[in-house]
Design a protein around this ligand. Structure first.
Ligand SMILES: C[S@@+](CC[C@H](N)C(=O)[O-])C[C@H]1O[C@@H](n2cnc3c(N)ncnc32)[C@H](O)[C@@H]1O
Length: 258
């Protein structure tokens, strides 16, 4: 049933690779697989959103999205962790953002803070050598996110090198962090070091395209003293910050939220 729901959602989104991996979410959150699958089965909530995202991509001349391969797992993580603050770097059309926004809406709490330095499309037509993350002419960052999900979305435009430090410093604890911006070893190391003091106990940290980022994530995991959880055989990886971690000095914690 839950697998069917995941398959249906991936189909509606237009990419079979988005079929969710429940074991990965279970390893990252400690939630039993049955509970994870119940979250994937909330397809009544996200099928319409997948269809709308796909329609927006098609209207802009994009026949596939292929930008963040685990949007449904991101939804499940945000549902299970119930984070008060989520940070993502790298938005592009907003597939990952839309799924976090949807989950937070369903949670009834929590805020998504996104940072993106847009890559404009080179010409009027999407060429064969063009990056799929490029903005189609006339579109802005997050252009595929349905209007009804945008309320309360904290979207900041600029390089994360400039925007991430003050964002992290201004939040009282981050429960979920996704790196999907500039995939270089130095940049990933910078983002992880910047967000680290703001992470709550039990927070989940994800990084995509680690095939390009050397050992930056491995070193971060070693410093946290936790294993890396890989999504299948892909280079999308994550870890869970120890639940007994001592609180960051500025963090003021509310019960029941990460
Ligand atoms: C792989 S795409 C993000 C895909 C997105 N998460 C999704 O679900 O569709 C990477 C995005 O990061 C942006 N980017 C590149 N360098 C950046 C930087 N230094 N700071 C912030 N964003 C950056 C790119 O322009 C692009 O929009």
């Amino acid at each position: 049933m839950a697998n069917d729901a995941g398959r249906a959602a991936a189909r509606a989104l237009g990419d079979p690779r988005a079929r969710p991996n429940g074991r990965w979410v279970s390893a990252l959150t400690g939630a039993p697989i049955e509970r994870v699958e119940r979250v994937f089965a909330e397809s009544d909530r996200f099928l319409a959103v997948e269809r709308e995202i796909r329609a927006r991509h098609r209207a802009a001349g994009r026949t596939y999205y292929a930008q963040f391969r685990a949007p449904l797992e991101l939804y499940a993580l945000a549902r299970l962790l119930r984070p008060r603050h989520v940070i993502e770097t790298g938005v592009s059309s907003g597939v990952s953002s839309a799924h976090v926004l949807l989950a937070l809406r369903r949670n009834g709490a929590g805020r998504l803070h996104s940072i993106d330095l847009p890559t404009p499309q080179r010409g009027p037509v999407f060429g064969p050598t063009e990056s799929p993350v490029a903005l189609p002419p006339g579109r802005a960052t997050g252009w595929a996110v349905p209007e009804r999900l945008r309320d309360g979305w904290d979207l900041r435009i600029g390089p994360s090198q400039e925007l991430l430090p003050s964002l992290v410093a201004g939040l009282d604890g981050v429960g979920l962090f996704l790196h999907d911006s500039l995939h270089t070893p130095t940049h990933l190391a910078f983002e992880l070091a910047t967000v680290a003091p703001g992470l709550r106990p039990g927070a989940v940290v994800l990084a995509d395209n680690t095939v390009w980022t050397g050992r930056a994530f491995d070193r971060f995991a070693a410093r946290q003293g936790v294993p890396i959880r890989r999504r299948g055989r892909s280079d999308l990886v994550g870890l869970s910050v120890p639940a007994t971690r001592s609180p960051a000095p500025r963090a003021r914690r509310a019960p029941g939220s990460r």
